[in-house]
Design a protein around this ligand. Structure first.
Ligand code: GCB
Length: 643
């Protein structure tokens, strides 16, 4: 009987961030607070002084606002669309006092959030794309069977030079305020991801980490065994030796394949089924599932009855390794080639608001396209994207919201500190997802200025020890001879727009320029694989011209084709001995909203392979047939030979 093998827990790591996704179990209840909330603007910024959080209702005028959604596009009101400053949300609900501890969790709210529960300040959070939560038990009545709960949230979307992303408020006149954003997407705001209430026991599982440490293979490259290392963090208990823990790994049929009773140890799995990214010759198609295990952690009290205190399950554990060589990105010791498309969290009416329909369509379209990867440009996405990516075997390059950094930020300790903070929060949240193959710490910083060197050196040194086995990178627009920071990172990811922003209209110039570019980067960094992390052309759906002109569907098709033959010349798949090019990610999967400007017709960046309504442009079929072809390249003979 397992109980007899139990060891008393010896270690307790209290982490600052409890970031486990709120999941139901035998010991945990989850209640969604999504729906219509009361909402109003606070154009004068007086709400906090007037103590709106302490009143039974927000002062009129209020409207109903769906949560989750960005508030900007839900009404016909341009003032709400372009509002800069505070907005307020409120909601009432009943809570039945059936658990000792209740936690209120915001999956994300953009940007600066203050939360009050029954008039008490519960939590403040800075940053738009990561969860935050508060234990609200002290603010609800525990002497009755139920509590009436009044939540008030104030949110400010004003970006500053030290927020991530940064922004610059220009006050031209009292009636003409403008938030300048050094990035190319609309600064959607509000409670744009779900709000969840969940319960735990008094002693509870606060955090779990799990990583594949190694996989052994036989001569046919069939996995014979794997070692997973894990850490379980417990909170709410004193002294710790009154608690025991059981860690079990369940296969897809629910059978226990490994277990342990230490809070920080390893699990050995014989004949493991590996998690594999989809759409490579030796793996599964992108429409089929990848193999996932479930990690089940059970907390008991150390009494003869062994009462269960808490149970938490991670249902997306994948066994896989990542390793970079000088020229290849290896997953499970086989060369992986990224062929997908970047995206934004963006859709009609919802803005950046999370929506299950958009989520499902997103992954259906990656399957249709045979796309095996995307970068979460330019911020961490909602948790649900990572869970779906785990399931379908879509690789994710997980990006922080550090887009638009310039020399101003590189000399700011406040920015560096916040950058470290969001990097930590992102890694803590996402590290258990097998789909996350790499961390991107920034998009297109002004990395050619001298101060970028110290900034990125410090950031890389900070991140490497917490990177959970993933390579680190940032995405570069600077030139191969001027970038100061990528020397401290593992991969070269470049965004290039030959034939669009430069050599506009000259598709004929693209092949030579791409070839020169890749050769020059390789020359400077012979030990780092290279990925084209963006390339694309704005395309107005339905606009045609022969010969192909900019903005037409023909141009977008020809644009992509012009890059592809050069990619193949350097491909690590096609040229296993000499190739160093490990992937291509068009910009963008979908048309997406931007600020209004003279370069963005209708306030949209139209570089999507699909429209904002998720319908294909002609280039989508070009990419689909290319990706089908890439899948057929046989890499079976290439295993185990990469040093
Ligand atoms: C880029 C940026 C991306 C823009 C894109 C464009 O290099 O990384 O955020 O949307 O160019 O279309 O201009």
């Amino acid at each position: 009987m397992l109980w007899s093998y139990f060891l008393l827990l010896t270690t307790l790591n209290i982490s600052l961030h409890a970031l486990l996704y709120p999941a139901e179990s035998e010991t945990r209840q989850v209640k969604s607070l999504d729906g219509l909330w009361h909402f109003r603007l606070d154009e004068q910024g007086v709400g906090e002084n007037e103590r709106w959080f302490a009143q039974p209702n927000l002062p009129d005028p209020t409207i109903f606002m769906p949560v989750p959604s960005s508030y900007n596009d839900v009404t016909q009101n341009i003032t709400i669309h372009r509002h800069i400053g505070w907005v307020w949300y409120a909601k009432d609900f009943f809570l039945h006092n059936t658990a000792p501890r209740w936690v209120l969790r915001f999956q994300a709210a953009h940007y600066e959030s203050r939360v009050w529960v029954n008039g008490h300040s519960a939590v403040n959070h800075s940053g738009g794309h990561l969860p935050f939560e508060a234990d609200i038990t002290p603010f609800i009545s525990t002497n009755k069977d139920y509590s009436k709960v009044h939540i008030v949230v104030a949110i400010n979307n004003t970006l500053t030079p030290t927020t991530l992303p940064p922004g610059y408020l220009q006050i031209h006149s009292p009636s003409y305020r403008e938030l300048q954003t050094p990035f190319d997407f609309f600064n959607y705001a509000g409670i744009d991801r779900s709000v969840i209430l969940y319960s735990t026991s008094t002693a509870y599982i606060q955090d779990i980490t799990i990583d594949t440490q190694r996989i052994d293979y036989d001569a046919q490259h069939i996995a014979t065994s794997a070692v997973l290392v894990y850490t379980v963090t417990i909170a709410g208990v004193n002294p710790i030796n009154t608690i025991r823990v059981l860690i079990e790994l369940l296969d897809a049929n629910g059978m226990v394949v490994a277990n342990n009773t230490d809070s920080h140890s390893s699990l050995v799995v014989t004949k493991p089924n590996l998690w594999e990214p989809c759409g490579m010759n030796y793996t599964h198609p992108c429409t089929e599932h990848s193999y996932l295990y479930t990690l089940q952690v059970t907390l008991y009290n150390d009494s003869p009855q062994m009462n269960i205190l808490d149970i938490y399950r991670i249902r997306h554990v994948g066994i896989r390794t990542i390793r970079l060589t000088d020229s290849k990105f290896l997953v499970n010791e086989r060369p992986f080639y990224f062929h997908g498309a970047n995206a934004h969290e963006d859709s009609d009416i919802r803005g950046k608001g999370f929506d299950h329909v958009i989520l499902a369509k997103h992954f259906n379209l990656y399957g249709w396209l045979h796309g095996n990867s995307f970068r979460t440009s330019h911020y961490p996405y909602a948790d649900e994207f990572y869970e779906m990516a785990d399931r379908f075997g879509i690789a994710i390059i997980d990006e922080t919201p550090a887009v638009g950094l310039s020399a101003t930020q590189f000399v700011s300790q406040a920015t560096l500190d916040h950058h470290k903070q969001v990097t930590t929060e992102m890694i803590n949240r996402d590290r258990n997802h097998p789909s996350v193959l790499m961390w991107s710490l920034a998009n297109e910083p002004e990395s050619n200025v001298p101060s970028a060197k110290d900034y990125f050196s410090a950031l890389a040194n900070f991140t490497r020890p917490i990177a959970a086995g993933r390579p680190i990178t940032y995405v570069i627009s600077a030139g191969y001879n001027s970038d100061q920071g990528i020397q401290f990172f593992d991969m070269i990811c470049i965004n290039r727009y030959f034939g669009w922003y430069s050599q506009s209209g000259r598709l004929d110039q693209i092949p030579n320029l791409v070839s020169e570019e890749l050769t020059n980067w390789r020359h400077r960094f012979p030990n780092k694989p290279i990925l084209m992390s963006e390339y694309g052309a704005d395309t107005v759906v339905g606009l045609h011209n022969d010969p192909s002109f900019m903005f037409t569907e023909e141009y977008q098709k020809d644009f992509y084709t012009a890059y592809h033959s050069i990619f193949d010349n350097f491909s690590s798949l096609i040229h296993p001995d000499t190739g160093f090019f490990v992937g291509e990610l068009p910009w963008n999967m979908f048309d997406f909203a931007t600020d209004q400007s003279i370069t963005r017709v209708g306030g949209l960046n139209r570089k999507g392979l699909f429209t904002r309504q998720r319908q294909p442009k002609a280039a989508a079929f070009v990419i689909k047939s290319r990706y089908e072809h890439l899948e057929s390249i046989n890499t079976n003979d290439l295993c185990n030979s990469f040093e």
